[in-house]
Design a protein around this ligand. Sequence first.
Ligand SMILES: [Zn+2]
Ligand SMILES: [Zn+2]
Length: 252
Amino acid sequence: MKYIDRHVHTRFSPDSNADIVKYINKAKELELEYILFTDHIDFGTKDPEFMDFIDFDEYIRFMKNLERQYEIPIKIGVEIGYEKNHKKEIDEFLNTYKFDFIISSIHYGNGMDFYMGDFFVGKTKYESYMDYFKLVLEMVENFKRYDVVGHMDYISRYGPYRDKDYEYEDYKEIIDDILKAIIKNNKGMEVNTSGLRGELRTTFPKDEVLLRYKQLGGKHITVGSDCHFNQDYRADFEDVIRNLNSMGFIIE
Ligand SMILES: [Zn+2]
Ligand SMILES: [Zn+2]
Protein backbone atom coordinates (compact mmCIF):
# COMPACT_ATOMS: atom_id res chain seq x y z
CA MET A 1 0.00 0.00 0.00
CA LYS A 2 1.27 3.43 -0.91
CA TYR A 3 0.86 5.94 1.87
CA ILE A 4 -0.57 9.34 1.20
CA ASP A 5 1.65 12.29 1.98
CA ARG A 6 -0.16 14.03 4.87
CA HIS A 7 1.73 17.33 4.86
CA VAL A 8 1.79 19.14 1.52
CA HIS A 9 2.12 22.84 0.73
CA THR A 10 1.09 24.44 -2.55
CA ARG A 11 1.42 27.91 -4.06
CA PHE A 12 -1.44 28.93 -1.78
CA SER A 13 1.02 28.84 1.14
CA PRO A 14 3.02 32.08 1.41
CA ASP A 15 6.34 30.19 1.42
CA SER A 16 5.70 27.88 -1.53
CA ASN A 17 5.33 28.13 -5.30
CA ALA A 18 4.59 24.45 -5.77
CA ASP A 19 2.32 23.61 -8.68
CA ILE A 20 -0.93 21.87 -7.75
CA VAL A 21 -1.44 20.07 -11.04
CA LYS A 22 2.08 18.63 -10.84
CA TYR A 23 1.22 17.16 -7.43
CA ILE A 24 -1.98 15.73 -8.86
CA ASN A 25 -0.14 14.15 -11.77
CA LYS A 26 2.39 12.65 -9.37
CA ALA A 27 -0.36 11.17 -7.22
CA LYS A 28 -2.03 9.71 -10.29
CA GLU A 29 1.24 8.28 -11.54
CA LEU A 30 1.75 6.61 -8.12
CA GLU A 31 -1.87 5.43 -8.25
CA LEU A 32 -2.63 6.96 -4.87
CA GLU A 33 -6.17 6.67 -3.62
CA TYR A 34 -6.40 10.45 -3.19
CA ILE A 35 -4.28 13.53 -2.71
CA LEU A 36 -4.28 15.73 0.36
CA PHE A 37 -3.17 19.36 0.66
CA THR A 38 -2.36 21.09 3.95
CA ASP A 39 -1.62 24.74 3.27
CA HIS A 40 -0.64 27.17 6.02
CA ILE A 41 -2.90 29.32 8.07
CA ASP A 42 -1.05 31.04 10.89
CA PHE A 43 -2.64 32.80 13.83
CA GLY A 44 -0.69 35.41 15.73
CA THR A 45 2.48 35.43 13.64
CA LYS A 46 4.66 38.54 13.41
CA ASP A 47 5.93 37.49 9.99
CA PRO A 48 4.17 39.79 7.50
CA GLU A 49 4.35 37.16 4.78
CA PHE A 50 2.15 34.84 6.82
CA MET A 51 -0.48 37.38 7.79
CA ASP A 52 -2.41 37.16 4.53
CA PHE A 53 -4.99 34.46 4.92
CA ILE A 54 -6.00 32.17 2.09
CA ASP A 55 -9.53 32.81 0.84
CA PHE A 56 -10.81 29.34 1.70
CA ASP A 57 -14.12 29.78 -0.13
CA GLU A 58 -12.19 30.28 -3.33
CA TYR A 59 -9.66 27.58 -2.36
CA ILE A 60 -12.31 24.93 -1.86
CA ARG A 61 -14.06 25.84 -5.14
CA PHE A 62 -10.75 25.69 -6.96
CA MET A 63 -9.88 22.26 -5.53
CA LYS A 64 -13.34 20.86 -6.31
CA ASN A 65 -12.93 21.93 -9.92
CA LEU A 66 -9.55 20.22 -10.17
CA GLU A 67 -11.02 17.10 -8.63
CA ARG A 68 -13.62 16.92 -11.41
CA GLN A 69 -11.11 17.78 -14.11
CA TYR A 70 -8.40 15.27 -13.08
CA GLU A 71 -10.64 12.55 -11.67
CA ILE A 72 -8.80 11.99 -8.43
CA PRO A 73 -10.27 12.67 -5.00
CA ILE A 74 -8.75 15.79 -3.43
CA LYS A 75 -8.87 16.06 0.34
CA ILE A 76 -8.55 19.47 1.86
CA GLY A 77 -6.49 19.70 4.99
CA VAL A 78 -4.78 22.59 6.70
CA GLU A 79 -1.70 23.28 8.82
CA ILE A 80 -2.67 25.60 11.63
CA GLY A 81 0.02 27.76 13.16
CA TYR A 82 -1.32 27.64 16.71
CA GLU A 83 -0.89 30.50 19.17
CA LYS A 84 -2.66 30.36 22.52
CA ASN A 85 -3.91 33.96 22.51
CA HIS A 86 -5.68 33.36 19.19
CA LYS A 87 -7.71 30.32 20.19
CA LYS A 88 -10.99 32.17 19.63
CA GLU A 89 -10.05 33.05 16.04
CA ILE A 90 -8.89 29.50 15.41
CA ASP A 91 -12.22 28.18 16.68
CA GLU A 92 -14.15 30.61 14.47
CA PHE A 93 -12.06 29.58 11.49
CA LEU A 94 -12.62 25.87 12.16
CA ASN A 95 -16.33 26.49 12.65
CA THR A 96 -16.50 28.11 9.23
CA TYR A 97 -14.68 25.47 7.18
CA LYS A 98 -14.74 21.73 7.42
CA PHE A 99 -11.33 20.13 6.85
CA ASP A 100 -10.49 16.52 6.10
CA PHE A 101 -7.29 16.69 8.12
CA ILE A 102 -5.82 19.22 10.55
CA ILE A 103 -2.17 19.54 11.54
CA SER A 104 -1.54 21.78 14.53
CA SER A 105 1.95 23.26 14.69
CA ILE A 106 3.89 25.72 16.79
CA HIS A 107 5.71 28.15 14.49
CA TYR A 108 6.30 30.98 16.98
CA GLY A 109 5.42 31.89 20.49
CA ASN A 110 5.56 34.55 23.18
CA GLY A 111 5.35 37.09 20.35
CA MET A 112 8.52 35.80 18.70
CA ASP A 113 9.23 33.88 15.58
CA PHE A 114 11.63 30.92 15.20
CA TYR A 115 12.01 31.54 11.54
CA MET A 116 13.02 35.14 12.06
CA GLY A 117 15.35 34.16 14.92
CA ASP A 118 14.12 36.52 17.63
CA PHE A 119 12.86 33.61 19.73
CA PHE A 120 16.45 32.64 20.53
CA VAL A 121 17.87 36.03 21.47
CA GLY A 122 19.35 36.20 24.98
CA LYS A 123 18.63 32.55 25.81
CA THR A 124 20.75 29.46 26.12
CA LYS A 125 19.92 26.60 23.81
CA TYR A 126 18.36 24.72 26.74
CA GLU A 127 16.16 27.71 27.61
CA SER A 128 14.95 28.24 24.05
CA TYR A 129 14.20 24.57 23.48
CA MET A 130 12.41 24.38 26.84
CA ASP A 131 10.36 27.46 25.94
CA TYR A 132 9.41 25.79 22.68
CA PHE A 133 8.38 22.51 24.37
CA LYS A 134 6.30 24.51 26.86
CA LEU A 135 4.39 26.02 23.94
CA VAL A 136 3.77 22.56 22.49
CA LEU A 137 2.62 21.31 25.89
CA GLU A 138 0.19 24.19 26.28
CA MET A 139 -1.21 23.39 22.84
CA VAL A 140 -1.73 19.65 23.40
CA GLU A 141 -3.25 20.24 26.82
CA ASN A 142 -5.67 23.00 25.84
CA PHE A 143 -6.44 22.68 22.14
CA LYS A 144 -8.44 19.75 20.83
CA ARG A 145 -9.42 20.58 17.28
CA TYR A 146 -6.72 18.86 15.31
CA ASP A 147 -5.70 15.39 14.14
CA VAL A 148 -1.91 15.40 14.51
CA VAL A 149 0.79 17.53 16.08
CA GLY A 150 3.06 18.88 13.32
CA HIS A 151 6.88 18.44 13.49
CA MET A 152 6.83 18.12 17.30
CA ASP A 153 10.50 18.91 17.96
CA TYR A 154 11.45 21.02 14.97
CA ILE A 155 12.79 23.85 17.13
CA SER A 156 16.09 22.06 16.54
CA ARG A 157 15.87 23.12 12.90
CA TYR A 158 15.90 26.82 13.69
CA GLY A 159 18.23 27.25 16.66
CA PRO A 160 21.24 29.43 15.79
CA TYR A 161 23.60 26.87 17.37
CA ARG A 162 26.46 24.95 15.87
CA ASP A 163 25.00 21.76 17.32
CA LYS A 164 21.25 22.16 16.83
CA ASP A 165 20.44 18.65 17.93
CA TYR A 166 19.16 17.83 21.42
CA GLU A 167 19.04 14.79 23.72
CA TYR A 168 15.65 13.43 24.71
CA GLU A 169 17.09 12.77 28.19
CA ASP A 170 17.65 16.51 28.78
CA TYR A 171 13.96 17.31 28.17
CA LYS A 172 12.52 13.96 29.22
CA GLU A 173 9.91 15.27 31.64
CA ILE A 174 8.32 17.85 29.40
CA ILE A 175 8.47 15.64 26.31
CA ASP A 176 6.78 12.83 28.25
CA ASP A 177 4.05 15.27 29.34
CA ILE A 178 3.50 16.24 25.70
CA LEU A 179 3.34 12.62 24.56
CA LYS A 180 0.98 11.66 27.37
CA ALA A 181 -1.39 14.54 26.55
CA ILE A 182 -1.46 13.54 22.87
CA ILE A 183 -2.26 9.94 23.84
CA LYS A 184 -4.82 10.89 26.49
CA ASN A 185 -6.70 13.09 24.04
CA ASN A 186 -6.62 10.37 21.38
CA LYS A 187 -4.71 12.58 18.96
CA GLY A 188 -1.91 11.62 16.60
CA MET A 189 1.73 12.35 15.98
CA GLU A 190 3.00 13.48 12.63
CA VAL A 191 6.33 12.07 11.51
CA ASN A 192 7.68 14.92 9.42
CA THR A 193 10.37 13.92 6.92
CA SER A 194 11.57 17.47 6.12
CA GLY A 195 14.45 17.19 8.60
CA LEU A 196 15.97 14.42 6.51
CA ARG A 197 16.46 16.97 3.76
CA GLY A 198 18.21 19.42 6.10
CA GLU A 199 21.43 19.38 8.05
CA LEU A 200 19.99 17.41 11.00
CA ARG A 201 19.23 14.29 8.93
CA THR A 202 16.40 13.28 11.23
CA THR A 203 12.64 13.15 11.15
CA PHE A 204 10.65 15.46 13.43
CA PRO A 205 10.23 14.06 15.98
CA LYS A 206 13.37 11.99 16.13
CA ASP A 207 13.42 8.21 16.66
CA GLU A 208 14.07 8.38 20.42
CA VAL A 209 10.90 10.41 20.90
CA LEU A 210 8.88 8.15 18.60
CA LEU A 211 10.02 5.10 20.53
CA ARG A 212 9.02 6.76 23.79
CA TYR A 213 5.62 7.64 22.27
CA LYS A 214 5.18 3.97 21.41
CA GLN A 215 6.29 2.88 24.87
CA LEU A 216 3.75 5.20 26.51
CA GLY A 217 0.97 3.71 24.38
CA GLY A 218 0.95 6.08 21.39
CA LYS A 219 -0.61 4.53 18.30
CA HIS A 220 -1.74 7.21 15.90
CA ILE A 221 0.99 8.13 13.44
CA THR A 222 0.88 9.88 10.07
CA VAL A 223 3.78 10.67 7.76
CA GLY A 224 4.21 13.98 5.96
CA SER A 225 7.00 15.37 3.81
CA ASP A 226 6.12 19.03 4.54
CA CYS A 227 7.02 19.63 0.91
CA HIS A 228 7.13 23.19 -0.34
CA PHE A 229 8.51 22.04 -3.72
CA ASN A 230 6.93 19.49 -6.05
CA GLN A 231 10.01 17.28 -6.07
CA ASP A 232 9.81 16.70 -2.31
CA TYR A 233 6.38 15.08 -2.41
CA ARG A 234 6.57 11.83 -0.35
CA ALA A 235 10.31 12.43 0.15
CA ASP A 236 12.00 9.56 2.03
CA PHE A 237 8.69 7.77 2.58
CA GLU A 238 9.95 4.24 1.87
CA ASP A 239 12.80 4.43 4.42
CA VAL A 240 10.79 6.25 7.05
CA ILE A 241 7.84 3.87 6.79
CA ARG A 242 10.14 0.85 7.00
CA ASN A 243 11.69 2.37 10.12
CA LEU A 244 8.30 3.10 11.71
CA ASN A 245 7.09 -0.41 10.95
CA SER A 246 10.18 -1.81 12.61
CA MET A 247 9.28 0.21 15.71
CA GLY A 248 5.87 -1.46 15.63
CA PHE A 249 3.77 1.41 14.33
CA ILE A 250 0.90 1.02 11.92
CA ILE A 251 0.77 4.16 9.81
CA GLU A 252 -2.55 5.86 9.14
ZN1 LIG B 1 5.00 23.81 10.03
ZN1 LIG C 1 4.23 22.70 6.83
